[in-house]
Design a protein around this ligand. Structure first.
Ligand code: F6P
Length: 325
């Protein structure tokens, strides 16, 4: 099968993540290295439906390893959820002579890739999401940069909270997962962290932690809330009602999705892109690239989508010991 693959496509889909460009670059360069043509599909599956494509050569991916966002643009495409949309996308693959697609994104992106594969298109997924919620992989492209962005913002908040002796409630992204909040919470020395994976007892998990911190002499408090665990304005309101301090609320929002990717995101993206092209070149399909304990591997896409990712319990235990002080 080795030389059967002549041309592949690469797309980014769903929410963008810093490091996606590094992955597009790696797919392009790895394909060229193996004598395979590479085509960029713009705006995710919508681009596949509309034939919105761009030829990628070695120079078209110059100077993007350091850039956030995605040069291929991204979209969440409703039409692709229909059979009609999928047939159009498959026709584009046939028209362009694509022997495989590398789809960079999260769970939704991989579900789209699986839909394509049902029509005989070879597909490989690369985890790219700041949520780090792809169960088969310990790490998803963009997580480290998003953590650092959030930490930088929270450090700044801490300065002013300290001066005014205030309480800050900060909401971080993560969709239904708390990986980002947990990691950020440890790194910024939060007073309390709320994540959707753990049942929340407001008195125990927030109020009591603020009280203990207060008794320890602390006069400013940092409460980190994963968006999936509640809304920061509501939590701020509850704090005010219960202990009569007036918190300041910050929803970090999409700032977490942008910015220059960190070394970890660039290198992970590059290694995943390289691995994805190898998988397609070997004639394999329906795989998701993952990194486990530092090793880059690939797993079956159907199995990958069935797996559930839990919080890192060792990290959570550390957080429990560090908060409320
Ligand atoms: O999946 C990435 C993510 O940033 C989530 O953390 C967040 O819930 C969601 O995307 C926001 O999506 P949108 O960009 O469509 O508002």
């Amino acid at each position: 099968m080795e030389n059967a693959v002549k041309r592949i496509g690469v797309l980014t889909s769903g929410g963008d993540a810093p490091g996606m460009n590094a992955a597009v670059r790696a797919v392009t360069r790895s394909a060229i290295y193996r004598g395979i043509d590479c085509v960029g599909i713009r705006r995710g599956y919508m681009g596949l439906i509309n034939g919105d494509v761009v030829k990628l050569d070695a120079s078209s991916v110059n100077n993007i390893i350091n850039r956030g966002g995605t040069i291929l643009y991204t979209a969440r495409c409703q039409e692709f959820l229909t059979e009609e949309g999928q047939v159009k996308a498959v026709n584009t693959c046939k028209l362009l002579g694509l022997d495989g697609i590398v789809a960079i994104g999260g769970d939704g992106t991989f579900r789209g890739a699986l839909d394509l594969s049902k029509y005989g298109v070879s597909v490989v997924g690369i985890p790219g999401t700041i949520d780090n919620d792809i169960a088969c992989s310990h790490y998803s492209i963009g997580f480290d940069t998003a953590c650092n962005t959030a930490i930088e913002a929270i450090d700044k908040l801490r300065d002013t909270m300290q001066s005014h002796e205030r309480c800050s409630v900060v909401e971080v992204m993560g969709r239904n997962a708390g990986h980002l909040a947990l990691y950020v919470g440890i790194a910024c020395g939060a007073t309390a962290v709320l994540v959707p994976e753990k049942p929340i007892d407001f008195e125990r998990d927030v109020i009591e932690k603020i009280r203990i911190a207060r008794l320890n002499g602390r006069t400013h408090y940092m409460i980190v809330v994963a968006e999936g665990a509640g809304s920061a304005p509501e939590i701020g309101k509850k704090i005010q009602e219960e202990i009569a301090i007036e918190p300041r609320v910050t929803v970090l929002g999409h700032v977490q999705r942008g910015g220059t990717p960190t070394a970890r995101d660039r290198v992970t993206a590059t290694r995943m892109g390289y691995h994805a092209v190898n998988v397609l070149a070997e004639g394999r399909t329906n795989r998701v690239i993952c990194v486990r304990d530092g090793r880059f591997e690939d797993v079956d896409m159907v199995e990958a989508l069935q797996m559930k990712k839990s919080l890192n319990e060792q990290e959570y235990a550390v957080l429990e010991a560090m908060t409320g002080a």
